[in-house]
Design a protein around this ligand. Structure first.
Ligand code: PLP
Ligand code: TYF
Length: 401
């Protein structure tokens, strides 16, 4: 029956972990997947999460099904975290929201909803480059995927003129996917002034903004500052779609905790939209998992845990920033590695888009046991005091050939 099914390629990001696991060298480093590691290179379970789990164990909750749109307290608190307590649609009960299977599931529900109900276009514009999974998610949702210029290889920064031009030339009504903060894979975000200009173009061209917020808190260490773009657009009167993930900022990767929301005009419209979100979710997976949403909700709703969580988000963000400084110093001062490396310090969030070419990445894996994606992206959190010098030395050797 399956003789005609062709073998598919491995996932370009998750495939790297396989190669890393198979490598027996003690010096090996995995900078592929974007998952936080502590200063000993170990996965990190947040203290706020541990305490929330103790609290949940003591509460002896049952395991009944959640409603189709998930744990209502969780989605209410997730919306407050993203939109802010002062948000107009939030306070007017005009945000349609559903719990989702983390950020990926939120994007997929959003794609499916827009494909079915957004009246003005079936085209979604993604930044070039974008997270590799965006294209298949939106294609499989039934949308047509196009790109807008985002990254300038020459400056290793934002191609702001290209971005503006491409959005200005997009067909009226098209959907535009925006990374709310900590752009993956480039680590390059618009400034607040640039966000204001993007908002103006989106308004003028009647584009529909769809924010992917997978790293709230990871860019600056502050969940409020990282929500700037989302809140600015809402304040400017845009209706938006929003995907949220708690994988990175709460370290809840495998628990799959997220939310998808749409701002609407009023409570009545919200109710209609939410009824259609349910009709999309029900035949896909019926209702979302319980435990992770309970953890996130416990943290978001208990002031002492919330405070501890905010401190831990800051600690994670600061450790990444300190690794950027160390790597920059090592390459420029100790090794005088050929090339410009300032972007390592100026880029934001989990990743650095190093500018290393595929041949360098290949050499790093084969000769130095250092694994990263072939586009030169490294997960900064994979670096720590024990391996950063070896990494810098290996990069230096790879660049010199
Ligand atoms: N969006 C972006 C830009 C991401 O980088 C990721 C994860 O790496 C996600 C969404 C979704 O991740 P998850 O489904 O684990 O929440
Ligand atoms: O490193 C990245 O960009 C992501 C990580 O279910 C990831 O692709 C891994 C698994 C997953 C979602 C995201």
């Amino acid at each position: 029956t399956w003789s005609a099914v062709p073998a598919g390629p491995p996932d370009p990001i998750l495939g790297i972990t396989e190669a890393f696991k198979a490598d027996k060298d003690a010096r090996k480093i995995n900078l592929g997947v974007g998952a936080y590691r502590d200063e000993n290179g170990k996965p990190y379970v947040l203290n706020a999460v541990k305490k929330a789990e103790e609290f949940l164990t003591a509460a002896k909750n049952d395991k009944e099904y959640l409603p189709i749109t998930g744990l209502a307290d969780f989605t209410k608190n997730a919306a407050k975290l993203a939109y802010g307590a002062e948000s107009k649609p939030l306070n007017e009960n005009a945000i349609a929201i559903t719990q989702s299977i983390s950020g990926t599931g939120a994007l997929r529900i959003g794609g499916a909803f827009l494909a079915r109900h957004y009246p003005h276009s079936k085209i979604i514009y993604l930044p070039v480059p974008s997270w590799g999974n965006h294209t298949p998610i939106f294609k499989d949702s039934g949308l047509e995927v196009r790109g807008y210029r985002y990254f300038d290889k020459k400056t290793v920064g934002l191609d702001f003129n290209g971005l503006k031009e491409d959005l200005q030339n997009a067909p009226e009504g098209a959907i535009v996917l925006l990374h709310a903060c900590a752009h993956n894979p480039t680590g390059v975000d618009p400034t607040q002034a640039q966000w204001a200009q993007i908002s103006d173009i989106v308004k003028e061209k009647k584009l529909f903004p769809f924010f992917d917020m997978a790293y709230q808190g990871f860019a600056s260490g502050s969940t409020t500052r990282d929500a700037f773009a989302v809140r600015h657009f809402v304040q400017e009167g845009h209706q938006i779609a929003l995907s949220q993930s708690f994988a990175k900022n709460m370290g809840l990767y495998g628990e799959r905790v997220g939310a998808f929301s749409l701002t609407t005009t009023n409570a009545e419209e919200k109710a209609r939209v939410e009824s259609q979100l349910k009709i999309i979710v029900r035949p896909m997976y019926s209702n979302p998992p319980l435990h992770g949403a309970r953890i996130a909700n416990t943290i978001l709703s208990r002031p002492e845990l919330y405070q501890e969580w905010e401190g831990e988000v800051l600690t994670m963000a600061e450790r990444i920033i300190s690794m950027r400084e160390k790597l920059y110093d090592s390459l420029t001062k100790e090794h005088s590695t050929p090339g410009e490396w300032g972007h390592i310090k100026s880029q934001i969030g989990m990743f650095s888009f190093t500018g290393l070419k595929a041949e360098h990445c290949k050499a790093l894996a084969e000769k130095a046991h250092v694994y990263m994606t072939m586009d030169g992206r490294i997960s900064m959190a994979g670096l720590n005091g024990n391996n950063i010098e070896y990494f810098a030395q290996s990069v230096d050797a790879a660049v010199r050939g």
